[in-house]
Design a protein around this ligand. Structure first.
Ligand SMILES: *Cc1c(COP(=O)(O)O)cnc(C)c1O
Length: 353
């Protein structure tokens, strides 16, 4: 499908690298593509970033048929732009489509759309090490209808915006509250899709954890509240003795691309990595026995987020003295090094624009 390009006549002022945060500033252009049963996906175009117009009866507002992705573009020292495994994002977008009754997009076309948009706004990719251009593809229902059924029409949109370095003052491990009351997802639900609804479901726990002085929650399974699933909006890893454990993808866990990359890297370094079910009891017991060396979350935003403290119903454990551990550090340095082109990409993860 051809992508028409309408360039802006009023380019915006770009913010300076120092003042960048997350999710507040957007680049000059966006990508749009529509779906109808008659035409399939059609009318692909890049236009100036502007408001969308939707009727109050828009189905997404009422019933939440909406999915998204998140990835980043990184500027290298020689002024190239690197994308990290973008085909994995589009593959996962289609997996989310299938779960949410949304028509899939052609995977090659999806990656082309991301590249075309980033290319048009390539001057928006900030240069300072640690900063990046965040890319947010999303698809939502556009039928004006209040009956409950899958929409017949959809809009696929991609917006981008420069974001600051996640760790501005070094990597400080976070305090995490083990959530025993609310659940994020259950097997058979939407947990393994990157559906907007999962985020709506998680807000209450996040707010209450913040009130207690914690950054995020550790999610347990929705049925027995026994097995560890994720940490906040990240996948989670435990270094226990010489084994590195991450919860197996049993249906309620989001299959993270950082998670997948971490597993591949750790295996290439000779670590013993297990994707298996792990109970919160096992984590606390491992700590008691002095075997719990590191806990960390993985996701596009932070790459690696070390956990320094876990609170389970008032029982508090400190991990690695509240400092970043060697496995977390090595993973963080390697993945960010590959993303910014400072370390050779022997896995073929980078696509350059
Ligand atoms: C997006 C997301 C992740 C991380 O996925 P990455 O591909 O590594 O960014 C983990 N958990 C949830 C719930 C997510 O939405």
């Amino acid at each position: 499908m051809k992508i028409l390009v309408e360039k802006t006549k009023e380019p915006k002022r770009k913010p300076s690298s120092e003042g960048l945060s997350f999710g507040t500033v957007f680049s000059d252009h966006m990508f749009l593509c529509e779906y109808s049963p008659e035409k399939g996906w059609h009318n692909a175009r890049i236009t100036p970033y502007r408001d969308l117009s939707i009727p109050p009866s828009n189905m997404t507002i009422h019933y939440g048929q909406s999915i998204f992705e998140g990835l980043k573009a990184y500027k290298t020292a020689d002024n190239k732009i690197n994308l990290f495994r973008p085909a994995e994002n589009i593959k996962r977008l289609n997996a989310s489509c299938r779960r949410m009754c949304i028509p899939e997009i052609d995977e090659k076309f999806g990656v082309e759309a991301i590249k075309a948009l980033v290319d048009v706004d390539r001057d928006w990719v900030p240069e300072e090490y640690g900063t990046s251009l965040y890319i947010r593809p999303f698809i939502f229902a556009t039928d004006p209808y209040l009956g409950v059924r899958p929409s017949e029409t959809y809009l696929f949109v991609i917006i981008t915006g420069p974001v600051g370095a996640y760790y501005k003052e070094g990597i400080n491990p976070v305090k995490i509250y083990v959530e025993t009351r609310y659940v994020r997802a259950v097997v058979g639900g939407l947990g393994e899709a990157k559906a907007s609804a999962n985020y709506a479901a998680s807000l209450k726990a996040q707010v209450e954890a913040k009130e207690k002085g914690y950054t995020q929650v550790l999610w347990l399974d929705g049925i027995e509240k026994k097995y560890v699933e994720e940490v906040g909006t990240m996948n989670v890893f435990f270094v226990i003795g010489d084994e590195i454990v991450t919860p197996a993808l049993t249906g309620s866990i989001l299959p993270g691309i950082t998670r997948k990359s971490v597993i591949e890297l750790l295996k290439s370094w000779g670590y013993k990595v297990s994707e298996r079910r792990i109970t919160i009891d096992e984590v606390f017991e491992a700590h008691e026995e002095g075997m719990l060396k590191e806990v960390f979350g993985t996701g596009t935003a932070a790459v690696i987020s070390p956990v320094g403290e876990l609170n389970r119903d008032g029982q508090i454990i400190t991990i690695n003295n509240g400092e970043i551990g060697p496995v977390s550090k090595q993973l963080y340095d390697t993945i960010t090094g590959i993303q910014y082109g400072r370390i050779p990409d022997k896995f073929g993860w980078i696509e350059q624009i």
